[in-house]
Design a binder for this molecule. Structure first.
Ligand code: ATP
Length: 562
């Protein structure tokens, strides 16, 4: 397919804001895609080059993009940077300067989506000597053949920032519209489920042509990340039993990060976070525990990794362990300073067989059989099964006394549903009002806080868009040793700056924070129409992205409940 045809679609998606229109545009495009040999174009539609489970990253910095633009257009890097500061989007800069250049040169071959994919897919593997030059050559080759519009989208794809506002939900609907009847409820569910188990839109699209039954056959593959099941909230023990049934399983809710342990038939072990990031390299200790303490040739096991103090053996707050998720060097040093215990609570695949349809009580039994528990290495979630409110309440208090976040309550008969926040299990935490929100803007402080970004605009999600719900400037510390500091946050936000206006900066929406608040009020100041009162940042959520943040509907619900 001509790359310009795809750019046409990007442009339509960018200019149409309603989800319905976007779905219509995508569905029409997908109908055409049915006859294309390579369906990998669907990755490009999402601004990606590989399936979602594959987290090889393009890994291109804005600096390198500017260099490549400079090479392909002849404009100096300084000049390009000036345009960037003004427009706040290197894609638009690329469009502008390519148009200028085009007036003088006419030679260009026509780009195809295949060529764009081939070149971009080569980028992540480049390592070692001469890497920068090789990357530059691959990018420049595309840019010299690109029209202004094509250059815009190539650059945005390179920077993983397509800005066409189409989320996974829109793509799912469009696949249904392209392959089934719009009213076919079962089709929506089958497409979604097939995606949650395979995390590969290309595979889902290919299967969708063959019908619902084919989609339902989508299996789990150890080594290929799946979306984890999530849990709605309950407020107290009565609600816990009402929702999860009687008897129910109660488990400690440990405060670490979600980890899916995968063992492939060939013995290879991989660890994925809930964002499907492969963190195997960062946790050689966990790999060892999996090898030594879990029986079986192949499996997918769900759990939580919690950091603990090597001396006192006490669990540490999530904030600290999150360093290990991001760390690419000094891994062994950090392994000693911040050891983790892996706490297992579910198994969805074992020895060639999927257990997602099996009842939870059976899955737990399997876990008990195959895991050799060893304190400070790998254990099973502490669990009781009861129908007695008093007993459950006592267990909740025990969890709180031991410093856990609360309890999980699980329906014993329920299956596992990857990717959904469905009522097969619930979290029961002490009264809390907090939302995960993403930072979209920040402001520099004054006086002794000058030089730091000290006030942050936070946003929730709504149909692929971000809507602001207020500004937060409390929760962070002035001294680094006291916890998450303004200095640290400033360091994190600076590379994400897109635009500066006086003391205010606009940032790429990448940093998700947990914000507690007292209540919610209506507000014309923010684009959501609501504002959080007395908001306070309690922590950064490095394992979350904009798909995980609170939605406008959740904000509205909380507003109504007062
Ligand atoms: P929270 O912010 O409350 O941790 P979340 O958005 O991470 O929630 P939820 O599914 O809403 O995810 O809440 C459950 C989370 O608690 C799981 O994602 C998992 O990381 C963690 N967890 C800790 N202990 C358990 C357990 N025994 N069973 C299931 N999940 C557990």
């Amino acid at each position: 397919m001509k790359y310009s045809d795809l750019c046409e679609i990007y442009e339509q998606l960018e200019t149409h804001s309603s989800r319905l229109e976007k779905t219509e545009i995508l569905a029409e495009f997908l109908k055409k895609l049915k006859s294309e040999k390579s369906k990998e174009i669907i990755y490009l539609l999402q601004g990606r080059i590989f399936p979602d489970y594959d987290n090889r990253e393009i890994g291109i910095s804005t600096q390198l993009v500017m260099k490549a633009l400079s090479r392909s257009t002849g404009m100096s890097a300084g000049e390009i940077e000036k345009h960037w500061k003004k427009l706040g989007d290197l894609g638009l800069v690329a469009e502008l300067i390519t148009a200028k250049k085009r007036q003088s040169t006419l030679s260009s071959s026509q780009l195809t989506t295949e060529k764009v994919l081939i070149n971009l897919q080569k980028l992540p593997a480049l390592e070692g000597k001469g890497t920068v030059d090789k990357k530059m050559a691959l990018i420049s080759e595309l840019l010299t053949s690109a029209s202004p519009k094509e250059a815009k989208y190539i650059i945005r794809t390179l920077l993983s920032d397509l800005r066409i506002g189409t989320g996974a939900g829109t793509l799912r609907d469009a696949i249904v519209w392209a392959c089934f009847d719009k009213e076919d409820k079962a089709a929506y569910e089958a497409v979604q489920e097939a995606y949650d188990t395979s995390t590969d839109w290309k595979l889902v699209f290919e299967k969708a042509h063959k019908g619902v039954e084919e989609l339902q056959k989508t299996g789990l593959t150890p080594g290929q990340a799946v979306k984890v099941m999530l849990y709605p909230k309950v407020a107290n023990v009565e609600e816990a039993f009402k929702r999860a049934g009687k008897p129910a399983a109660f488990e400690f809710k440990y405060d670490g990060f979600r980890v899916m342990l995968n063992k492939e038939e060939n013995g290879k072990i991989k660890l994925f976070t809930r964002r499907l990031d492969n963190v195997s390299r960062q946790f050689p200790d966990v790999i060892k525990y999996v090898k030594e303490n879990i029986k079986g040739k192949s499996f997918i096991i769900d759990g939580e990794a919690v950091g603990y103090d090597p001396v006192t053996k006490k669990y540490r707050p999530f904030q600290e362990i999150s360093q290990r998720i991001k760390r690419k060097y000094d891994i062994e040093k950090l392994e000693k300073e911040l050891p983790v215990e892996v706490i297992l609570f579910d198994v969805i695949y074992y020895e060639g067989k999927s257990y997602i349809k099996a009842p939870f009580k059976e899955r737990r039994k399997i876990l008990e059989k195959i895991v050799k528990q060893q304190k400070h290495k790998v254990i099973l979630a502490e669990q009781i099964i009861t129908e007695n409110e008093k007993e459950a309440q006592k267990f909740f208090e025990k969890a709180m006394e031991e410093g856990q976040e609360g309890l999980m309550v699980k329906n014993l008969e329920a299956p596992y549903k990857p990717g959904s926040r469905i009522g097969y299990g619930y979290k029961w935490k002490p009264e809390d009002r907090d939302f995960d929100l993403v930072i979209t803007e920040a402001e520099y402080g004054t006086g002794k806080r000058a030089g730091w970004l000290t006030s942050y605009t936070v946003a929730c999600g709504h149909e692929g868009k971000l809507l602001e719900v207020g500004k937060v400037s409390t929760g962070l510390k002035e001294k680094e040793e006291e916890g998450l500091s303004f200095k640290e946050m400033t360091k994190i936000l600076k590379p994400l700056i897109e635009k500066e206006e006086g003391r205010t900066i606009k940032v790429k929406p990448k940093i998700v924070v947990a914000v507690t608040y007292q209540n919610i009020q209506k507000s014309p100041t923010y684009s959501s129409g609501f504002a959080l009162r007395f908001p306070r940042i309690t922590r950064i959520r490095p394992d979350r992205n904009t798909e995980d943040i609170a939605t406008l509907n959740e904000i509205k619900k909380d507003y109504k409940e007062g």
